[in-house]
Design a protein around this ligand. Structure first.
Ligand code: NAP
Ligand code: ZN
Ligand code: ZN
Length: 347
């Protein structure tokens, strides 16, 4: 066992604190990663606050991890000491169910093993990336291209893949009108990736406060959702809407923005159910769908795509002592556009 520095939530209501956690001894297929940067995803906040259900405390979250390989197990072949690597939202899956066999292990029918707050194969609770080291099976470790700036790469491991996957699945590209609802961590990546895929992108944000940024990321249009006129002006417009909002939205209003055969995909994960009036689906034969992260294969594809196209998240680097403050700012939508913990401040 390796005892390493970490940041953990003692309970659903207390601030996160510095602590130590244990990492397992390296198995033959395991990799020891010295973590350099860890992104703060809104899912970390939903989880530690118990909004998605009960979790075991103390809990270390963090599933946007980049660092370097410092040790490999005897049978490891995919990665070598010194490689720049990443770990996202899952660290294992059953590998036998139809979805795992189809390379869609994020949808493992037996439940993938989450990077944190999941039951690991040894029966312990997995602990995430707000820590100095992590041990992960090599099949769930990604190659992070050198072309992506080190300090900006971490958010790709969740925010990047979670938006890339539905954009690719629903064919965002030339001739397609795509709207992104909410321009936070996921939203700003959705804009950059959809633009790179060739779609015409519109941002739907609560206010026009971040309009200059949205246009700089390549969006053609930017509208305030607090202005009711937006929903009149954009009726029957979009082929695809990616909803990244962490709170419930007015489903009838947003579905009304879809044109014939359009789809609204929710990646935002509010604890409360979204109320869908079926009549809003009848018009224009609309669809409402969800999408969860992405496979390991697709995550590698996304990382290579971002490296090739020069796409990287916009990050604000913070120290280990600023995490609680960062959480408060995320909750106020005051994030531009992802907080990333400099893990050197934890050593
Ligand atoms: P985030 O950085 O906080 O961004 C969410 C954005 O939603 C905010 O920046 C804000 O954008 C908008 N927003 C927040 N509260 C709102 C409200 N009450 N009404 C309207 N708009 C609001 O969060 P994130 O890290 O991108 O995560 C977004 C959601 O996706 C979370 O629920 C997270 O758990 C979920 N998630 C899901 C997956 C998946 O696999 N499906 C993966 C990762 C994260 P504006 O300021 O532009 O309005
Ligand atoms: Zn996440
Ligand atoms: Zn499976």
């Amino acid at each position: 066992m390796l005892t390493v520095n970490a940041i953990a939530a003692p309970s659903a209501t207390e601030p996160l604190v510095r602590t130590t956690i244990e990492r397992r001894d390296l198995g033959p297929r395991d990799i020891l990663i010295e973590i350099r940067y860890a992104g703060i995803c809104h899912s970390d906040i939903h989880t530690v606050r118990g909004e998605w259900g009960e979790v075991a405390y103390p809990l270390t979250v963090g599933h946007e991890i980049v660092g370097s390989v410092t040790e490999v197990g005897s049978e490891v072949s995919r990665h070598a000491v010194g490689d720049r690597v990443g770990v996202g939202c899952m660290v294992n899956s059953c590998r036998e169910c139809p979805n795992c066999r189809a390379g869609q292990e994020q949808y493992c029918e037996n439940g993938n093993t989450g990077t944190y707050a999941s039951v690991d194969r040894d029966g312990t609770t997995t602990q995430g990336g707000y820590s100095t080291h992590v041990v992960v099976d090599e099949d769930f470790v990604l190659r992070v291209p050198e072309a992506i700036p080190y300090e900006a790469a971490a958010p790709l491991l969740c925010a990047g893949i979670t938006t890339y996957s539905p954009l690719a699945h629903w064919n965002a590209g030339p001739g397609k009108k795509v709207a992104v609802v909410g321009m936070g961590g996921l939203g700003h990546m959705a804009v950059k990736i959809a633009v790179a895929m060739g779609a015409e992108v519109t941002v739907l944000s609560q206010t026009l406060g971040k309009k200059d940024d949205g246009l700089a990321f390549g969006a053609e249009n930017y509208h305030a959702t607090r202005d009711a006129a937006t929903f009149e002006a954009l009726k029957n417009t979009f082929d695809l809407i990616i909803n990244t909002v962490s709170a419930p939205i007015d489903m009838a209003a947003y579905l009304g923005l879809l044109r014939l055969d359009g789809t609204l995909v929710s990646v935002g994960a509010p604890p409360e159910p979204l109320a869908v009036p079926v009549f809003a689906l009848f018009g224009n034969r609309r669809s409402f769908a969800g999408s969860g992260i992405g496979s390991i294969g697709e995550t590698q594809e996304m990382l290579d795509f971002c490296a090739e196209r020069g796409i990287a998240p916009e990050v604000e680097l913070i120290t280990a002592d600023q995490v609680n403050e960062a959480y408060e700012r995320v909750l106020k939508s005051d994030v531009r556009y992802r907080f990333v913990i400099d893990i050197d401040s934890l050593r």
